[in-house]
Write a protein that binds this ligand. Structure first.
Ligand SMILES: NC(=O)c1ccc[n+]([C@@H]2O[C@H](COP(=O)([O-])OP(=O)(O)OC[C@H]3O[C@@H](n4cnc5c(N)ncnc54)[C@H](OP(=O)(O)O)[C@@H]3O)[C@@H](O)[C@H]2O)c1
Length: 320
């Protein structure tokens, strides 16, 4: 099926699989966790706030009493936390079928930095997920056919990747900084797929975007400055956005549908990208979509990969 009328009712049984989802206490990550659990997948909610994660776990268990839900403490804005979370997972000896790099922050009004000195949006949305994926790769490579799903955005369109000022030491602007992180998600996801292919690894890497979905992302980011911007966000978002439930559909489609593994990428250049099929990909049912040309630029992707390895200190056990 092409995906255009797809809903989670079509998810095949996921019994025996294990998913690790970042930012699963709310929004898209929560609904991805809920539907995967409904299909029988064991799920780890990897979250920075234990109380929020406990609440999310209780909500899932109230809906699906037999669900297998664990919590992992993970703050993507801290490399120490990413290492600790990965080590804790690897110590369990479990293999991992699904890694969903979902957590994110958007358009913070002021430039902020992580404890490691990264610009906070790039540190959270890209560097944290880059490091986590590299560290969890041994568990993913133990699975018969693992999938790594990275959540990008239509906001990648028009983004720039300026390596001379990658982290906005000069001229920080909230939206361009966010756009760069979402282009980074695509460059990373596609480059990871090429490297997995070269290694003839049994895992695949796919990128998705949720259109425009009514989640806390807007209030936590552009709305956090208060004033008129916060009012506009709360007034306009419900009018233009689809629900957070539907925002999880591209993630769920890429994570579970069998045809995704075998499909040829759209267009000449490689890289699978899934998003909603409606007006300007803002809402709808999941289908394969095209990213902007820059996202398929292999030179740019290799450059970002090198910088990410250098800055995080995490190296993937894969040929470059
Ligand atoms: N909503 C949209 O329209 C839209 C559009 C395009 C792309 N996206 C992407 O979709 C993904 C999910 O966002 P959402 O819309 O579901 O927003 P959301 O409701 O705000 O959820 C974001 C999740 O990320 C978590 N998070 C933030 N910083 C973190 C950190 N340092 N460590 C660990 N977790 C962290 C949040 O945890 P807390 O609750 O503790 O803050 C929350 O669980 C993001 O990657 C976003 O860029 C969303």
């Amino acid at each position: 099926m092409s995906g255009s009328r797809w809903t989670p009712a079509l998810i095949p049984p996921q019994i025996g699989k294990l998913a690790y989802i970042t930012g699963a206490n709310g929004g898209i990550g929560y609904h991805a966790a809920l539907e995967l659990a409904r299909a029988g997948c064991a799920v780890i909610l990897a979250c920075r706030d234990r109380a929020k994660a406990d609440t999310a776990r209780s909500r899932i268990l109230a809906a699906i009493p037999a669900a297998a839900i664990d919590i992992a403490d993970l703050d993507l804005a801290s490399l120490a936390s990413v290492h600790a979370a990965a080590q804790a997972f690897l110590a369990t000896g479990r293999r991992l079928d699904l890694l969903i790099n979902n957590a994110g922050i958007m358009a913070l009004p002021q430039r902020r930095t992580t404890p490691d000195g990264f610009e906070l949006q790039l540190g959270t949305n890209h560097f944290g997920h880059f490091a986590l994926t590299g560290l969890l790769l041994p568990a993913l490579l133990q699975a018969a056919s693992a999938r790594i799903i990275t959540v990008s955005s239509i906001a990648h369109r028009g983004a720039t990747m300026d390596f001379a000022n990658l982290q906005w030491d000069r001229g920080y602007a909230p939206w361009p900084a966010y756009r760069r992180t979402k282009l980074a998600n695509l460059l990373f996801g596609f480059e990871l797929e090429r490297r997995l292919e070269r290694a003839q690894a049994p895992a695949i890497s796919l990128v998705v975007h949720p259109g425009v979905s009514n989640t806390n992302l807007f209030a936590a980011g552009p709305g956090s400055a208060g004033g008129m911007q916060a009012k506009l966000v709360s007034l306009l978002l419900p009018l233009v956005a689809q629900s957070d439930v539907q925002g999880a559909w591209p993630t769920l489609y890429a994570a579970t549908m069998p045809e995704v593994r075998d499909a040829e990428p759209l267009g000449v250049q490689g890289g699978h990208f899934y998003g909603p099929d409606g007006f300007r990909e803002m809402r709808g049912h999941p289908v394969e979509v095209r990213a902007e040309a820059r996202a398929y630029d292999e030179t740019l992707a290799r450059q970002l990969w090198q910088v990410s390895e250098q800055l995080t200190g995490v190296r993937f056990p894969l040929p470059s």
